[in-house]
Design a protein around this ligand. Structure first.
Ligand code: XUL
Length: 558
């Protein structure tokens, strides 16, 4: 998470224009972005992040997670998130110099999959939040479970198997909910809670996602779940965006009555409750449905059409993009969530991203300049040599035991290994996102790795698409602010296109476009088959790919 400066970007003279606030409650921090929109003039006028470990030491979180003896368990605290929300408003009101009377709407994003368990008193207590008393105390009295399991939890393997079996196997669950049963998803987490703490489950009246819980706190009433985030539960029918009866039954008894309703992403949840207006001097602004951080980032990176995808080269590499149709990845490696536009979004995650790039760089004792030089000085296609860079167990394709595989690649040839790594990563993104079925013409490249032009050239050549470097910080919070604007306009009866909503934000870095080289595109079209054959072989599903490599290398060598 980027640490935004604690001072506003620009606040002097911000007196006119409507303001829209977007919040992102992620694993480690809460970030907020305020947009000022007046006619055609629109810009970010305030940004602020609060790092949980630093700002709220009394919760003893490490990187936003509460300490546990069992490393598979990862929980956080709804009190911490609520307190952070309160602190953010307090700081914004004190330091921003914005005319907050012009705040028209608020929306938010939160880490996906996490769940918050409320007791029967929560409805009345939400409606009666007292602005003269600290928020955390009031929230504590609403919870039937003190901790909230988060997306980093991996303690529900038994539950995943049981849910999958009950639905008819992984493919059936993927077709129904958009994802196979995942340990971090909310359904398996709920099933585990109902099994391990049946009394706690019985005393739970409402189970929220982190996103719908925080929206509820803002409006002072239980807010619905929206389909972008709802899709991360293994409980929602991905096509018709309703709770899936069979999945509910496979998860826990009486679950439907404990879940909020589902509502479209642009719904108005209500208005800022008196707690917020009176405590922080805010107007009763509209609160638009909160979503998950990934669906929100889709908007924050400007991906509102299906012919563009984003590739984020971070700790892990992710590919995400909007899809018009509810296609699914039956391999189980990817997820389909709802998109805040009412469409769908795909998310494909590769664990061996920056981690693998750093391992290769270090193994050959290079710095990043030498790494780039190796890419410049080696031939596209690497004479058919392939590396499968599974330094850690991989998510896409699923690889349980780590181990780098090399085909036709001499481990002692440093430059060839650098090229083999990047080509494998880019071929991986292209091949494993192919199920989306969209013709990709443009790629928004983000993350630390996107600063390397040589990597972007290989990305452009492998995908046969223009690549634009994007430097959007806090894309989830920006997406939330843009959604606040969109939802508020709709609520006022103004029809507004998504392309108009994101225009001027999430623009590529000037002169950053990297275009595909037709000769290289042809090479990579052939190398795809070699990469696929090596992967199948490494996963124990295919023939020896060496003859294919010999053929490829032979054709390239004069
Ligand atoms: C997505 C996922 C993470 C969290 C991070 O499936 O688990 O990206 O949303 O906050």
């Amino acid at each position: 998470m980027n640490r935004s400066p604690s001072l506003p970007d620009s606040t002097a003279g911000e007196r006119a224009g409507a303001l829209y606030l977007g919040l992102d409650v992620s694993t480690q921090s809460l970030s907020g972005v305020v947009l000022r929109i007046e006619d055609r003039e629109r810009r970010v006028v305030y940004r602020r992040s609060l790092i949980f470990d630093e700002e709220f030491p009394r919760y003893h979180t490490r990187n936003g997670v509460l300490p546990h003896d069992d490393p598979r368990i990862a929980t956080s605290s709804p009190l911490l998130w609520s307190e952070a929300l309160d602190r953010f408003f307090e700081i914004m009101a004190a330091e921003s110099d914005l005319d907050l009377a012009r705040l028209r709407a608020v929306s938010g994003a939160a880490q996906q999959h996490g769940s918050v368990y409320c007791n029967r008193e929560a409805t009345a207590r939400l409606a009666a939040l007292d602005p003269t008393r600290p928020l955390a105390h009031q929230i504590r009295a609403m919870l039937s479970r003190a901790d909230a399991p988060t997306w980093m939890d991996s303690s529900t393997a038994t539950e995943c198997a049981a849910i999958s079996d009950a639905i008819g196997g992984p493919e059936a669950l993927i077709r129904l909910t958009g994802s196979r049963a995942c340990e971090r998803f909310t359904g398996p987490q709920i099933r585990k809670y109902a099994r391990v703490e049946p009394d706690g489950y019985a005393s739970t009246d409402r189970i929220h996602l982190v996103s719908s819980f925080l929206a509820s706190v803002l409006v002072g009433a239980h807010a619905p779940i929206e389909p972008g985030d709802g899709a991360g539960m293994n409980l929602m029918d991905i096509v018709n965006r309703q709770w899936a009866e069979t999945a509910l039954r496979a998860t826990a008894p009486g679950l439907r009555a404990k879940l909020p309703d589902l509502a479209p992403s642009w719904s108005v949840m209500g208005r800022l409750a008196p707690y917020w207006t009176e405590r922080h001097g805010l107007p009763a602004a509209n609160v638009i449905a909160w979503t998950g951080d990934n669906p929100s980032s889709l908007i924050g990176t400007g991906l509102v059409a299906s012919d563009r995808i984003a590739i984020s080269l971070g700790t892990s590499d992710t590919v995400f993009g909007l899809m018009r149709d509810a296609r699914v990845d039956l391999s189980g490696a990817s997820h389909v969530f709802g998109a805040p536009t009412g469409d769908y979004m795909a998310l494909v995650c590769f664990k061996n991203g920056a981690l693998a790039r750093e391992r290769v760089r270090d193994a050959y004792d290079m710095d990043w300049r030498e790494f780039s030089r190796a890419l410049r000085e080696t031939p596209p296609g690497n004479r058919g040599a392939i590396m499968l860079p599974w330094f850690e167990p991989e998510i896409t394709p699923p690889v349980a035991s780590a181990g780098v595989r090399r085909y036709g690649l001499d481990p002692a040839d440093a430059p060839a290994n650098v090229r083999a790594l990047i080509e494998a990563q880019m071929l991986g993104t292209a091949r494993h996102a192919g199920w989306m079925g969209e013709r990709v013409r443009g790629i928004h490249a983000t993350g630390g790795g996107a600063r390397n032009r040589e990597i972007l050239q290989i990305m452009a050549d492998v995908h046969d698409a223009d690549v634009y470097r994007l430097e959007v910080s806090d894309s989830a919070a920006l997406g939330a602010a843009l959604r606040a604007f969109h939802g508020d306009e709709l609520a006022r009866g103004t029809a507004i296109e998504w392309t108009d909503v994101v225009a001027g934000f999430a623009d590529p870095v000037v002169d950053s476009v990297v275009r595909p080289d037709p000769g290289n595109v042809a090479i990579y079209a052939r190398l795809r088959a070699v990469h696929a054959a090596c992967e199948a072989h490494a996963l124990g599903r295919g023939e020896d790919p060496m003859p294919l490599i010999g053929q490829f290398g032979g054709e390239r060598t004069p």
